[in-house]
Design a protein around this ligand. Structure first.
Ligand code: SF4
Length: 387
């Protein structure tokens, strides 16, 4: 049965009006605020992004305010959300909007902003300027692949083109913003990856996958890339005492030249964290506590001098960045010698470091270090050992 897409628009919009979640970015048509929400929601769930969105807009209520901030301030407001390139792009986009004097109001103009691709331009353009551009994100792909019972991979080649064409033909030209949001909401709620709730769906009358009782067989996606495991020893070097206590840290730099190629080959995620403050670390092979400790000690001695010894172990911790499963072995060391620091490392007060942009793993490590340094605990040395 050929699809009659225009007849599905009204039921979809009616369903959306009744079912949509009340989200702060749905109460505004301000393109800067919508851009902030769209970039935050890329690779981040709504419930995670919500508090960040409100805090970020309170701190930087306009593109002009964001443009005037330093990168460090922007990263600090973004810290914990991950995928920090988005924050840098947003910062650059705010500068471009401020320099131009107004937010662009065409799809082409919006796409020229740093970090804005076809999806984000369509979302901002349709919601804020009523531009008839269909959004295609993961949720929309799932809905359309099921609607069409698309046998091809919907993420590339002919399959991707079929999705794009269908999305554009389906878009309601009179209500593009609401229509796009309705499609995304449908994919995020009823048309979920597993157990879609087809009987309640406004598209069920023409959904080829549902009519064939095969909704969960679509979309036909390629196998996911296998995750990579990284092991690292981390050196938490401290000096001074009490209010004068300092930790060795520096902002992560972007890998260059051969180092960059090596990083890409090894599947490292460090470039994503560029500009966030980090501690000295060395990549190791899996070998347990002993190997991790030996690697950390070698690095600590290189940085702090040959007399340095491990002051305490802080357990083993895991965290994930995209496809990377990262195992961290942090150890702490006390600097006695006052070596000249090389490689950009700085001694930073703990309170000052807490105000700098830190990824969630570094935040956790700093918390562990603070616990270990609490009066009376330092003598125990191996506090926090969680292996
Ligand atoms: Fe998705 Fe089911 Fe609706 Fe089809 S009928 S679009 S499979 S929820």
């Amino acid at each position: 049965m050929p699809l009659d897409l225009p007849t599905l628009r009204r039921p979809l919009l009616r369903w959306y009006a009744a079912a949509k979640r009340d989200l702060p970015w749905r109460r505004t048509l301000d393109p800067y605020s919508i851009l902030v929400s769209e970039l935050m929601l890329q690779q981040t769930q709504v419930k995670t992004a919500l508090p960040y969105y409100e805090k970020f807009l309170k701190r930087f209520p306009t593109a002009k305010a964001l443009a005037a901030a330093t990168e460090e301030q922007v990263l600090a407001a973004w810290a914990g959300l991950g995928y920090y390139r988005r924050a840098r792009f947003l910062h650059a986009a705010a500068k471009a909007v401020t320099a131009a004097g107004a937010f662009p109001s065409t799809i082409e103009g919006i796409r020229e902003l740093p970090g804005v691709g076809a999806y984000t331009a369509a979302a901002v353009g349709s919601i804020c300027f009523n531009l008839p551009a269909a959004v295609v994100d993961g949720n929309v792909i799932r809905v359309l692949a099921r609607l069409l019972a698309l046998e091809a991979d919907p993420t590339k080649g002919g399959g991707a083109q079929a999705i794009k064409d269908t999305a554009q033909a389906f878009l309601d030209p009179n209500h593009p913003g609401d229509f796009n949001q309705a499609m995304m909401e449908l994919g995020a709620s009823l048309c979920s990856p597993t157990k879609p709730q087809c009987p309640a769906c406004p598209l069920k009358g023409q959904c080829a996958a549902f009519l064939a009782h095969k909704a969960e067989d679509f979309p036909k996606l390629p196998e996911r890339a296998e995750g990579k495991v990284l092991y690292k020893s981390v050196v938490l070097a401290v000096r001074g005492k009490g209010a004068k206590l300092q930790v060795l840290a520096q902002p992560r730099k972007l890998a260059k030249g051969a180092a960059k190629a090596k990083a890409a080959e090894a599947g490292r995620a460090a470039d994503r964290l560029q500009g966030l403050w980090s501690f000295p670390e060395v990549e190791i092979t899996e070998g347990g506590l002993e190997m991790a400790e030996a690697a950390a000690l070698k690095e600590a001695r290189r940085l702090l001098g040959k007399q340095t010894d491990v002051a305490g172990r802080l357990g083993k911790h895991r965290h994930n960045i995209t496809i990377y499963d990262i195992h961290l072995w942090p150890f702490w060391f006390r600097d006695e010698g006052g070596m000249d620091m090389k490689g950009g490392w700085e001694w930073v007060g703990i309170a000052a470091l807490e105000k700098k942009p830190l990824a969630s793993a570094e935040k956790k490590l700093l918390g562990l270090l603070k616990d270990a340094l609490e009066p009376g605990r330092e003598e125990q040395g191996q506090l926090g050992l969680k292996i």
